[in-house]
Every structure is written in C-alpha cells, then in structure tokens.
Design a protein around this ligand. Structure first.
Ligand code: PEP
Ligand code: MG
Length: 542
C-alpha cells in the first residue's frame, strides 16, 4: 500500500480504480520512417472508423444534453474526418514520404488548418479549429490516448497532471468518482466544478503513471490518497463512507424546511450550477433557486459558438425544471483559467487581469447579443434574472443596458415575447465595491463573487498553487468589502447576495447574516448543511 498526502478540495471518500488521464495533444507527434506503408494505411483507416464512432456517440449524447443545433458540430466533425481531400492527403503522405500514420495525420491537420485560417470567408476560417481538432482526435486514437473528457465506461478515479475546466466539464459525471492532480489551486474553476459535482478531489499530489488501473482510495477529510490499500484501511474507509451516507440522509430531513434563523430572519438559499446536468442535484437538495448559472460552461462544452437556439433550449429547460423558482444566469465569463479555443484569444501574460468576461462581451457585441436574445426569449417560461461579471464601472453597466434595450427592441419588432427580467451585476472587483453606491442605482441586485474579489483585493492569483496558503477569503479587507457592498446596495434599493465559495463557509454564516445579506448561493451539496446552520443561529440576544 502507498500513502500519499495532498490538499483536499472536498470532504468525502471515494474508492475505485485509477485512470491515468493524459491530455489530448499533450504528446508530440514524431516523424518515423516506415517500410510497410500498407500497414500504416490500415492503422489509419481503423483509427478513422473509431473517430467516426466516437463522434457519432458524442453527437447522440449532445443532442440529449444541449439539443440538435448545438450538437451539430459533432456531425460536421464526422463528415470532415471522411472528407475526400483530407483522406487523400493523409494517404499520400504515408505512401510518398514513407512515414507513420500519426505524422501524416498531424501534418495534414496543420496544412488544412492553415489553409482554412487564411481564407476570407468567416465560415471557412472557423473550420481551421475543427480540422485541428479532428486530426488530434485521430492522432490520439492512433497513440492509444484518451480524447478530451473521455474516461471510458467504468467508474474511475481520474489522476492527471492538471485538468482544465473544459476537460472536467466534459467528463461523464456518473463515471467520475474523484480526481487527483499534481497542479491546480483550491479556487480554480476545476476545483469549483468538483464541489459542484460533489466529488472528492485532491491537488498537489506527486502523481505516478504506474498507478494506472490500480485500486485507490481518496480520503478527502485528511487529504490522503491510498494506492492498493490494505484490508484494514479499505474497511475503515468503507465504514466512513457509510457514515457519510447516514449523515446525508439525516440532512435530508431539512428538505422543505424554511431558511430562517431561530429569531425569524429569512434568507434566500440558492445553488450554483455549471450546466443543465447540475439541476437534478439543485432539486434533490431543495435549493430555493439558482443563484449562479455559470453560462460559460455552455461555451466550454461546445466546439463552436453555441447558437441562439441551442442556448435558448438550455435556459428554457433549466427554467422550466426549476418551476417558478428564480434562476440567475451569469452571462459569458471566459478568459483566465476558462479558455475556449474557438474564441482565438491572444496569449496574455496576465489573463486574470486581461481580456475576459464582460470586457469580451462589450467588445464582441454579436456574441453578447446572441446570448441576451436567448435569455430574454427564455424568460417567458419562468423566473429568470441576468447578471454580468467583472464589472468595474458605471459606464460598463450603462453600455450593457443599452445593448439590452437594443435586444428588446429587436424582439419587439419580431413580435417575440419576453418577460420581466431582473438585472444584476457581480461585485468581484475592488473597483465595483468602492463605487457600489453608484452601481446600486443602475441595477436590481448585487451578487458578490468572493473568489475573484479575494484574488483582486489581496493581489493573489487564485490559480497560483504556491500562494494557495495565503489566499485568505477571511482577510478583514475582504470582509469589509462585503460589508460595504451590502450597506451601499441596501441604501440604494438593491438586494445583495454572495455566490462565491465563501458563501458556503459555515464559520461565516452568522457574520453574513449579521451584515444583512439577503441571499447565499452555494454548491448544491452545501445547501442542506448551510440550511442547518442558518436554522441554528439566533441573531438577537433574548
Ligand atoms: C467569483 O468570482 O466569486 C465567482 C462566483 O465567479 P467565478 O468563480 O466563476 O469567477
Ligand atoms: Mg468570478
């Protein structure tokens, strides 16, 4: 048995087989001279068939999850894999240069992608990314490497150097028992996703490839990973898992109960989600609404810009499933650790302070309008609110309002109905806190993003694992910022919530209530423990 320590992201126990996950495109493709070109061509043909099978499966799954329009990209990829020119080029390179299939596919991918990128037509330009993607897929199959997010059919503990949010979000949640990485920080989006999915995770672990296929246990309470555990540890951990199950069952008795303190202060307890798949656990944990729908995961999950219709269908489904409970959708917040290939964003030395979130939306207005149209169209099916990330000025909010008016006017002209939609902003920069009195006059609500607010207040990159131990959301500067935001919000008619990870911190529930917070939005699995806390608090001395 090996016993390794790491940093835990979520308390809980996972027991299962290890899958050592290698990122797609991580391997470099080598040019190898071959004698037998026939065998190489056969290897290539077999990989092509597998790629088509994978893409068809992805298409069918995507249709169920995000609708036909959004899923169409996988159909297009399957067609591109079979394209005559593309196939001929690969075969030619193998035959004429007498090289391995991997090299021929990668070279063809590079050549075609460059050719597309140089075209004037926007549609063909965008295909540059697709052709690279399908070539990577085939190379991965040839090299026996799992494709992005593909973790097979059995439940596994995924072990990887690092995981990008776009990879984690594509993994089948039913099969993902836990994950362990060498890199990553407790406040990265991959860590947040683990908490949203309620799966134990460890970071900062000296991972080894030879663990692949072995039995492992993750003890998220102590931050320990056991490889090939002995019988004693296995029994101990199975017992702990049983106890966890029982305490969860006890918490379930709080379903249907009010979020109210002993002395009658009521609060809205909402849930954070990354996508439609998380709605089931929002309902299972009885949240009163969704306080943060990180809509950028729709963009991260797809291979091209999600269309208005495909987004509309997702929002509509979430709103309808929530049956009248509030759903606050945060508009696209990409950049920093959430990179989307097809946006073709330039490399930045300091992306956390770079071209991201609302800055992209106010610059690439077409993308923003597509999302707003989808949201407004969906608004007639339930109780939706929209909030905007990374705000630093009143001018930004006014620009947003101008675009919203434009979208509404267009919908009016097209006689497309929409409902009343509450408009709010995230308070996650010190600038927004300092002018929160002015911002409050512009919007209906504030939602405090403590993850970024801590990062920018303390000047600590939330992704930097070396600084994880001093990234302190309890810092008095952060708590004062929260207090100031609540006071200014209330003075000028805004309700104020917290949707950053700090909202679920049980040691601060009383402090937030004393500050007058109106809403807390937490990962679904933290709803019932937070409800328990709230119901045990008495604010006024008797
Ligand atoms: C935050 O910054 O606190 C927040 C809720 O947004 P995200 O974690 O997605 O940046
Ligand atoms: Mg944020």
């Amino acid at each position: 048995m090996e016993k390794i320590t790491g940093k835990s992201i979520l308390k809980g126990i996972a027991i299962g087989k290890v899958l050592f996950y290698q990122k797609k495109g991580e391997q470099s493709v080598k040019r190898v001279k071959v004698e037998d070109t026939e065998t190489e061509i056969r290897r290539y043909e077999a990989a092509k068939v597998t790629a088509i099978e994978q893409l068809n499966k992805l298409y069918q799954n995507a249709v169920k999850e995000v609708g036909e329009t959004n899923a169409a990209v996988f159909e297009v990829h399957a067609m591109m894999v079979q394209d005559g020119d593309y196939v001929d080029s690969i075969r030619n390179i193998i035959e004429t240069q007498q090289v391995n299939a991997e090299f021929a596919v990668a070279t063809t991918g590079d050549n075609f992608s460059q050719m597309f990128a140089e075209m004037d037509d926007e549609y063909f330009k965008a295909r540059a990314v697709d052709v690279k993607d399908i070539s990577e897929r085939i190379v991965n199959i040839l090299s026996g490497i799992e494709n992005s997010g593909d973790i097979g059919e059995e439940p596994v503990i995924v072990i990887a150097e690092d995981l990008a949010p776009s990879e984690t979000v594509q993994m089948d949640k039913e099969k993902l028992l836990a994950f362990v990485t060498r890199y990553g920080s407790s406040n990265s989006h991959t860590a947040i996703l683990a908490r949203t999915m309620n799966i134990p995770a460890l970071i900062d672990v000296d991972i080894q490839t030879e663990w692949d296929g072995k039995l492992a246990i993750i003890d998220g309470y102590s931050g320990t990973l056991y490889i090939e555990p002995d019988a004693e540890i296995l029994n101990q951990m199975k017992k702990r898992q049983e106890e966890d199950k029982k305490s969860k069952e006890l918490l379930l008795q709080l379903k249907g109960k009010e979020d109210i303190t002993l002395d009658g202060k009521k609060i809205k307890l909402y849930a954070n989600i990354g996508g439609i798949k998380d709605v089931a656990s929002v309902l299972a944990n009885d949240a009163a609404g969704i306080g943060l729908f990180r809509s950028e995961f729709l963009y991260l999950e797809s291979e091209d810009y999600p269309s208005e219709d495909s987004q509309f269908l997702v929002y509509k489904k979430v709103i309808e499933t929530m049956a009248g409970r509030k759903v606050i959708v945060r508009t696209l917040d990409i950049g920093a650790d959430k990179q989307v290939d097809y946006f073709n964003l330039d490399h930045e030395d300091n992306p956390a302070m770079g071209y991201r979130a609302i800055r992209i939306c106010l610059d690439r207005v077409d993308i923003f309008k597509t999302q707003l149209r989808a949201l407004f169209r969906a608004s007639v099916f339930g109780n939706i609110a929209i909030m905007y990330p990374m705000i630093i000025s009143v001018e930004e909010v006014r620009k947003i309002k101008g675009i919203v008016e434009m979208v509404k006017k267009e919908l009016d002209e097209q006689e497309i109905p929409y409902g009343d939609v509450e408009q709010g902003i995230m308070i996650e920069t010190p600038a927004a806190v300092m002018i929160s009195d002015l911002l409050a006059k512009e919007v209906d609500f504030f939602s405090i993003g403590t993850n970024d607010l801590t990062q920018y207040t303390l000047a600590i990159d939330r992704q930097n694992m070396k600084l994880d131990n001093i990234y302190d959301s309890h810092h008095p500067a952060v708590l004062r910022m929260i207090q100031m935001t609540i006071e200014n919000g209330h003075k000028h008619g805004c309700w104020v919530g917290i949707c950053g990870e700090l909202g679920a911190d049980p040691t601060l529930t009383r402090t937030f209530l004393e500050m007058g917070i109106d809403e807390l939005s937490v990962s679904p699995s933290f709803i019932l423990p937070t409800r328990k806390n709230i119901r045990e608090i008495r604010l006024q001395e008797k």
